[in-house]
Design a protein around this ligand. Structure first.
Ligand code: SAM
Length: 339
């Protein structure tokens, strides 16, 4: 892999899709394996995973990002599965950064982050999102089916000391699972420069885990937070679909991400690439575009560009998850796609 030079190359204009949205963001799932089995993300029954040969190699990922970067891709998030399980993660980060990707972030459960945070920062990672759905150790073990919350707090501290900041914490509020902790999470922003991101519970597992009764709308989340003090909208560069707020006088920021209750899709700026090399125009797309087979069959850069543009042009206007269809999710587990 190259040495980290992290040079910003000439900026290209992002491609605009059929609904006038600029697509400049790619989320790459680099593994479908995870060291946790969160109840709202992964089915309880054993999942079959991709064979190693089915997963895109570092070189294949880097080549695709290079081609997409020529068409204005400026933001990449590495996710999974658990991305820190992948061998050579720091080398992959370096290679993606060296393409000229301005904003390179990673979503992790944090279990393996504390020893890697410094190396990832040096490799060119801009920041991390750490998933944490409860502040209670016993509950954490239950939600994650076995995780140790102490490791997550170590990860948060290490990420801050390494300068992977602001640390964003992803929390998915679910009725009777952790909705009584919404205020406690929001309160963390008062003394800490955390971005607490409340993400609406989506139907990610096709086994009846999602239900209308368990789903909590953003409006309800905001109402709970408002009880903590005056809340003002807060804008900063690159907010994407998150609506951001600050409690008066707080150091940190609260983000609300409402894939189900809001006009979220109108602001969508992303494509997804799965670990086995499928481009997904939308998280809930049934149609995907395979790039792995063409990559292994000697596709030219020009043809690869065409596949990137084809994925953008086939982005639907919305995810189409209307209330009545929600119960049958078109995906089996979020860990295959990366959220
Ligand atoms: N293993 C990493 C982690 O735990 O952050 C990355 C993969 S995980 C699939 C990425 C994000 O998807 C996490 O922040 C998680 O909370 C979110 N997610 C998973 N299932 C979800 C669901 N049903 N609804 C909303 N968000 C979900």
């Amino acid at each position: 892999m190259n040495n980290p030079s992290h040079k910003e190359k000439k900026k290209e204009t992002p491609v605009v899709d059929n609904y006038d949205r600029k697509i400049d963001y790619l989320r790459i799932s680099i593994t479908d394996k995870c060291n946790l089995k969160c109840v709202y993300c992964t089915p309880e029954k054993a999942l079959t995973h991709f064979n190693r040969s089915e997963i895109l190699t570092d070189e294949e990922i880097v080549r695709f990002v290079q081609v997409a970067h020529r068409h204005g891709l400026s933001k990449v998030r590495i996710t999974g599965g658990e991305p820190l399980l992948r061998k050579n993660i720091t080398g992959l980060v370096t290679s993606i950064k060296n393409i000229g990707i301005r904003d390179l972030s990673l979503t992790t459960n944090g279990l393996m982050l504390s020893s890697l945070a410094g190396q990832l920062k040096d490799a060119g990672l801009t920041r991390v999102n750490i998933s944490l759905d409860t502040l209670d150790a016993v509950r954490y073990k239950k939600i994650t089916r076995g995780g140790d919350i102490a490791l997550v707090w170590e990860a948060i501290k290490s990420a801050e000391s390494a300068g992977l900041s602001p640390v964003k914490i992803n929390m998915v509020p679910i009725k009777d699972m952790n909705d009584d902790e919404i205020e406690s999470f929001a309160s963390l922003t008062i003394e800490n420069n955390f971005h607490i991101r409340f993400i609406e519970f989506m139907p990610a597992v096709n086994d009846g885990t999602w239900s209308k009764e368990k789903y909590i709308k953003s409006a309800q989340i905001l109402k709970k937070i408002s009880a903590l003090g005056e809340i003002t909208p807060f804008t900063f560069r690159g907010t994407g679909p998150s609506r951001n707020f600050r409690i008066r006088g707080a150091k940190g920021v609260i983000g609300i991400i409402s894939p189900l209750s809001d006009h979220f899709c109108a602001h969508c700026n992303r494509l997804r690439l799965t670990a086995n090399g499928k481009l997904r125009p939308c998280l809930f797309s049934k149609e995907t575009i395979d790039i792995k087979t063409p990559l292994r069959n000697g596709i030219s850069d020009e043809q690869l560009e065409m596949l990137f543009l084809q994925a953008i042009k086939s982005k639907p206007q919305g995810h189409g998850l209307k209330d009545k269809q929600i119960l049958s999710s078109p995906i089996n587990t979020m860990s295959e796609i990366g959220g």
